[in-house]
Design a protein around this ligand. Structure first.
Ligand SMILES: [Fe+2]
Length: 245
């Protein structure tokens, strides 16, 4: 399995506070079947922080070496969680960290507080040549299912939180996550883990819940096939949504 949304880089954002925590997250994820993680530190000045590209890269290399030293079989790939806003647009001419080394896919999050015309913001990013994976669409208060449908029609792909299926983000997020699967609007499931406790307490039950609800093939599509296709720079239309089997 490949996780495309995870705050395990030590000491850079609101995720793992130190190397010990990062290694604990890694151990828990390997035990659940993950072989690859693309850690996604917050960047662009949202509530989670603004980690520079240089800090992202050096910290990923540091953690990669620590994983080898600790004998933990987890491979790290490039990634960042970009908050969509003026800071991101200002920096884009100098490039942005995409998912994996050679893709044009960006993991993006919208601000938690309502922004005017969120769809236009995302489409503007697409016109700059990026493919978009939108983080946790089920959790924004101001994004409804109709908006998600329009975004998917326009080529934005959806990353829903594994924790949403076990009520980590409340009833509304759970209901919307389930509705999105029913409507064929979910392409990737990711952990968005910030602390070892989460990886140990609910990540396993969340994977089991998705397997029970939708079957092994659906879980595999959203945690393995589609994430790997994104790393290989597949087009948005090449990604099949997860469906119930
Ligand atoms: Fe995140």
């Amino acid at each position: 399995m490949l996780d495309l949304h995870c705050h395990m880089l030590p000491g850079v954002d609101d995720g793992a506070p130190d190397l010990e925590s990062a290694l604990a997250i890694a151990r828990a994820m390997v035990a659940l079947g993950y072989t690859h993680v693309a850690p996604s530190p917050h960047t662009g000045g949202g509530v989670g922080g603004d980690v520079s590209t240089a800090t992202n890269e050096t910290t990923r290399e540091l953690l990669g070496r620590a994983l080898v030293d600790a004998g933990i079989g987890l491979t790290l790939l490039a990634n960042a969680e970009h908050c969509v806003g003026p800071i991101l647009f200002d920096r884009l001419p100098r490039g942005a960290t995409c998912i994996g080394r050679d893709s044009r896919w960006l993991l993006v999050e919208l601000p938690w507080e309502r922004v005017p015309q969120p769809e236009q913001l995302l489409f503007r990013l697409q016109t700059k040549g990026y493919r978009l994976l939108l983080a946790h669409p089920e959790r924004y208060s101001y994004i409804d299912l109709a908006t998600v449908e329009r975004l998917v029609e326009r080529g934005v792909r959806m990353q829903v939180e594994l924790g949403s299926f076990v009520d980590v983000y409340g009833d509304r997020a759970r209901g919307r996550a389930e509705k999105m699967v029913e409507k064929g609007l979910v392409h990737v499931l990711a952990s968005d883990i910030h602390r070892p406790k989460q990886a140990l307490e609910w990540l396993g039950p969340a994977l089991a819940a998705v397997r029970d609800l939708y079957g092994e093939a659906a879980l595999r599509r959203a945690t393995h096939e589609n994430p790997n296709a994104i790393v290989k720079d597949a087009t948005a239309t090449a990604l099949e949504p997860m469906t119930s089997s």
